[in-house]
Design a protein around this ligand. Structure first.
Ligand SMILES: [Zn+2]
Ligand SMILES: [Zn+2]
Length: 321
């Protein structure tokens, strides 16, 4: 027979347990200020690739996309269950070849507002330091790709050589071009100069022209159009291949289905659209991985042909590498 005393203890324990449970659910979970570590790792042969999140920013894509009607845009948004302005990822990629640590793009730092600029935190969370980075390869000199080269007035990667296509350097680092640009186009030049010039002055910037072998298993692939020197990067190890696309894609929900859709930021819309189509076709045909700056983090996946367009296949999740 159970005593009153032990019955009370048992009831109290149950209630205490219940109230502890409720308390945990109500009080302990951070609601909005906890951000998951922004890195994700895959192996490509012997090369380790780490996607690094710089954060996200909301872009009014209805105003930015070109060669698309408002009706087509609305239909694409509804089909993808997306709301405009679209919360858009900004991703960079760290490649460890075994002998060199290469960062492809650097995020925006403070150039695009407070929701971006997380690259350094993501890098540290992934187990690396900025001092370890040997080379930084820039896909193009828009602020959301080069801003992270600087932390305030200090070089963010003090031991790195920075590389980009000469056509982008000649265009974006030219005072003359900036003076010729309309008032609302000058910030792009200022951001590029602020981010790159300290490396140029320190003798740490080395340009290349067009398709170039950069390291064993690492190549630059010219994809000029979005900017005059826009470049994709290719890595190959043990028969496996991955490409890093930079801005060959801005809005996956729209441009995979219709690669002819372009964006206001394109220097040459026609060339940009051609380069996108070539990249999607090749990736779909060969099935290699791609890492894409503005596809939802980690922005790693493959492309499949579908009708006149393409479908994005995000990489199958795996936490262990
Ligand atoms: Zn861009
Ligand atoms: Zn971009």
């Amino acid at each position: 027979m159970i005593s009153i005393q032990s019955f009370r203890v048992a009831v109290f324990a149950v209630l205490a347990g219940a109230s502890t449970f409720v308390g945990t659910a109500e009080a302990a979970a951070p609601i909005s200020n906890l951000v998951a570590p922004g890195f994700y790792r895959v192996m490509v042969g012997d090369f380790e690739v780490t996607a690094l999140s710089d954060g996200t920013a909301a872009f009014p894509m209805d105003m930015l996309l070109t060669n698309i009607t408002p009706d087509q845009f609305q239909k694409a948004m509804a089909k993808a269950h997306l709301k405009n302005p679209i919360e858009t990822s900004v991703n960079a990629y760290l490649v460890n070849t075994g002998t060199k640590l290469v960062l492809i793009d650097t995020g925006a730092a403070k150039l695009f507002g407070p929701t971006l600029g997380r690259l350094q935190a993501s890098l540290q969370a992934s187990g690396y330091t900025a001092e370890q980075v040997d080379e930084v390869y820039i896909t193009h000199m828009h602020g959301d790709h080069v801003g992270g080269l600087m932390i305030g007035d200090k070089m963010a990667f003090p031991n790195a050589i920075v590389r980009a296509d000469k056509h982008d350097a000649d265009f974006w680092l030219s005072e003359e071009n900036m003076n010729k640009a309309p008032a609302d186009g000058k910030d792009g030049f200022k951001g590029a100069m602020f981010s790159l010039n300290p490396y140029v002055k320190a003798g740490k910037f080395k340009s290349f022209e067009g398709n170039t072998d950069l390291l064993p298993g690492v190549k630059a692939l010219a994809s000029h159009g979005h900017t005059p020197g826009h470049t994709a990067y290719l890595i190959e190890s043990k028969g496996e291949r991955m490409e890093f696309w930079g801005d060959l894609m801005h809005v996956a929900a729209v441009q995979f289905e219709d690669p002819s859709v372009t964006i206001q930021f394109d220097s040459d819309s026609k060339a940009a659209a051609e380069q996108r189509k070539l990249a999607y076709t090749d990736a779909a045909k060969k099935g290699y991985l791609v890492g894409v700056a503005h596809i939802s983090f980690p922005g790693i996946g493959r492309v499949r042909a579908a009708g006149k367009g393409y479908v994005w296949l995000p990489i199958n999740y795996s936490p262990v590498k």
